[in-house]
Design a protein around this ligand. Structure first.
Ligand code: DGJ
Length: 733
């Protein structure tokens, strides 16, 4: 059981999680909370010894400030030159902050324990509360803050409000791992030694973005591997503009700050108001990058995707849980879905969707999703967004007959929407040209012929809510693919000229969360998928309101391998939607075998996205068998522990292994890339197998000793380019 304790009369708090500890002290002179430890488990004795030890620094400036070194909340002010977490303007022009610790509270709520440290400015009525929440079953520490201006205070302008900062221990050679990419090439893993420069990961796009994920991992001396070594990592639970900065301070310490992006930031806080910041979660683990990912996955499954309702002190996680089976510790397994986008694009109509639904059902698909193109004026991407009425030319009888047909076939029905957007060529825009984000006298820059509705406006947010609510109330819909195909430009809110228009950056996302939370409340059985032109909006907060992420618009199975590998660093396979599409792939023109495409997509939540009418009967039969096979081991992939055995970038073969939660089943996938003649493929050794047990291959019946799997492994029949394998082993006692 995790604990947060502070021994009587001492100034040290110790947060003890199953495999790690985090310790804080409050300095005697200033009373400010200072960071002591984040790493292996320690006791109070060690925490006190660390607190008593003075850091040795040659830099005189830092010796004088040792008492204020490693602050848990760095308010800008005084002789402080590292990245502050909070910076404000007071009404009289004062801009520095001087805190002291005013109060503290520790509470337990079920399996979660929260410590709140209340800091008060010495002269001005401004309070900041630092939150630390841990769980009995996880090493993830959730941190965030809340700023409070009391009734008797005066207005302040917040210029920067980061959720938290993480101090890394005294080590050398810090290496940063992060996820970088673009449209169609999301979540590519990159690594870099953290030098004396600052390393900034950010989005100024209004979503998390394809460019960087709000995720970092650090290891010392670049020596952590997949299976060994200490790794410190973090994820920001926010779906709008964000920033994470890694720096080495003048005193040589490594410090990571993160939260809302402070670019173009001004948040006016009036007397009696407060500002709750998103969660910046951190995780320390000793077992390398593999254990790091498995711990994030488990946290995501238990506390993000299937949380039983959270206290709403931070905007990150909904207080209203997603539909959750009472007592079930894990989210529902994801159904095998079919999506029409790559088959029919904007040309959806009742007839072609019926045909696709028939074929999909024969193959064992469980959820049929009609993508873009079903609503008024949507012949291409030039028109229609905003006018969410069924196109009567394409669906003369409305959507109901198609939905009925899909349900009769035994599948759920899903639909695509992009409700945050508007095409200038739409009735909505003609009626409300002022509803979009824009600056007066400036171009309204279009992307994919669309503009962004200003969701920060409550009237616009209400319209979005009632539009989607109407759709879900009018039809028997089980699933919504919620898309957002362009990022912000000209993020103006002219109606609020002198009333803090910069607030749009944050209010937009807060209202998006409100809309999703209210839709969950009104339609608890409907599941949502987060899509932003692929994986442009992927983070813990959106995952607490949606079941899954559309990982990338690039469905080329070979390109998907590194995308999915990077995604798995931060997010669980259950949340990773992966489709099998046509060959040659419409984006890359690469031809790949059907089994290869399946084996790649089966490594996450499986979907089918090809034009089934053009698949041969043999291909459809093969697909049916593969889907049936996937269903047999689906819980192992979606709930299991993931081990990245071989990485394409390193080994020219990629291999993943999943172990069921009860350890009674194992699934292994392996894929080759383009191979030269004469190269070997060899064997791949499995991890986490019980050496005293035997494992039977469910397909061939071959029996493997646990020791053989551990020492020699499974043979990899991957001598040819773009070959793949999928093995499902069952433990036999
Ligand atoms: C982008 C999505 O990522 C695609 O899957 C598809 O839904 C299109 N938008 C539709 O416009």
């Amino acid at each position: 059981m995790s604990t947060i304790t502070q021994p009587e009369g001492q100034r040290t708090w110790l947060l003890e999680m199953p495999g790690s500890s985090y310790a804080i002290t409050s300095s005697r002179e200033s009373g400010l909370p200072r960071h002591l430890h984040w790493g292996r488990p320690i006791g109070h004795e060690t925490a006190s010894a660390i607190a008593a030890a003075s850091p040795l620094r040659q830099n005189v400036e830092h010796v004088a400030w040792a008492e204020e070194d490693r602050l848990e909340c760095v308010g800008w002010g005084g002789r402080r030159y590292d990245e502050p977490t909070i910076k404000v303007d007071f009404a009289d022009g004062t801009r520095g902050i001087e805190w002291h610790l005013a109060d503290q509270e520790t509470t337990r709520d079920g399996d979660a324990i929260t410590l709140v440290l209340g800091l008060q400015d010495r002269a001005y009525p401004l309070r900041v509360e630092l939150f630390y929440r841990i769980f009995d079953d996880s090493d993830v520490l959730e941190r965030w803050a809340r700023l409070v201006v009391p009734e008797h205070g005066r207005e302040i302008v917040v210029r920067r409000a980061y959720s938290a900062n993480w101090w890394l221990p005294e080590r050398t050679g810090w290496r940063l791992s992060f996820l970088h990419g673009g449209w169609g090439s999301e979540t590519q893993l990159e690594r870099r030694i953290l030098g004396s420069d600052k390393h900034v990961l950010e989005s100024r796009r209004g979503t998390t973005s394809h460019q960087y994920q709000p995720f970092f991992a650090l290891d010392a001396d670049g020596c952590a591997t997949e299976d060994h070594g200490e790794v410190w990592s973090g994820q920001l639970a926010w779906s709008g503009a964000w920033k994470i900065t890694g720096e080495r301070t003048a005193g040589g310490q490594v410090h990571v700050t993160g939260g809302w992006n402070d670019f173009d930031a001004a948040i006016v806080l009036t007397p009696g108001s407060e500002l709750a910041l998103p969660v910046f979660a951190g995780l320390y683990c000793e077992g390398g990058f593999g254990e790091m990912s498995r711990t994030w996955h488990d946290y995501e499954l238990r506390h993000v995707l299937a949380h039983p309702g959270r206290s709403p002190q931070s905007p990150s996680f909904s207080a209203k849980p997603q539909h959750h089976d009472a007592g079930a510790p894990l989210p529902k397994l994801r159904p095998v879905l079919y999506n029409s986008w790559e088959a029919t694009a904007f040309g959806v109509d009742e007839e072609n969707q019926r045909q696709l639904a028939d074929l999909a059902a024969q193959m064992g698909v469980e959820l049929f999703v009609v993508d873009d193109g079903w609503f008024m004026g949507r012949k291409d991407d030039r028109a229609g967004l905003g006018d969410w009425h069924v196109d009567v030319e394409k669906f003369p009888r409305g959507l109901a007959p198609l939905i009925e047909h899909v349900k009769q076939l035994g599948m759920g029905f899903g639909i695509w929407i992009e409700p945050e957007m508007v095409n200038p060529d739409s009735d909505l825009y003609r009626a409300h040209p002022d509803w979009v984000l824009h600056f007066e006298n400036r171009t309204r820059t279009e992307k994919r012929n669309q503009l962004v509705l200003n969701l920060a406006r409550d009237d616009v947010a209400e319209w979005v809510l009632s539009t989607v609510d109407d759709l879900l109330s009018s039809y028997d819909i089980d699933f919504v693919k919620w898309d957002m195909n362009r990022h912000f430009s000209e993020p103006g809110w002219p109606q609020r000229k002198s009333a803090n228009p910069e607030r749009a950056w944050i209010a937009y996302t807060e209202n998006l969360y409100r809309i999703l939370d209210r839709l969950h409340e009104a339609h608890p059985a409907v599941d949502f998928e987060s899509c932003s032109g692929g994986g442009g909006r992927a983070d813990l907060a959106i995952l607490s309101r949606t079941r899954q992420i559309w990982t990338s618009d690039n469905t080329d199975a070979f390109d998907r391998i590194p995308i999915q590998e990077g995604f798995s660093y931060a997010h669980a396979p259950l949340a990773m939607m992966a489709w099998v599409t046509d060959s040659p792939n419409p984006l890359t023109r690469r031809e790949l075998p059907l089994t290869y495409r399946f084996h790649v997509a089966m490594a996450g939540s499986l979907g089918i996205g090809g034009n089934l009418s053009e698949w041969t009967p043999t291909q459809r039969a093969q697909a049916r068998d593969l889907i049936e096979r996937y269903k047999e081991f689906r819980p192992v992939v979606q709930y299991g522990k993931l081990f990245r055995l071989l990485e394409l970038s390193r080994d020219d073969i990629a291999a993943l292994q999943y172990i069921a939660r009860d350890e009674r089943a194992i699934v292994v996938f392996a894929w080759s890339g383009a191979r030269h003649y004469g190269t070997h493929s060899g064997w791949v050794r499995l991890k986490g197998v019980d050496p005293t047990a035997s494992y039977r291959d469910r397909e061939t019946g071959t029996l493997h000793l646990g020791t053989t799997l551990r020492e020699l492994g499974l043979p990899l029949p991957l001598l040819l380019s773009f070959s793949s394998m999928c093995v499902h082993l069952e433990r036999v006692d």
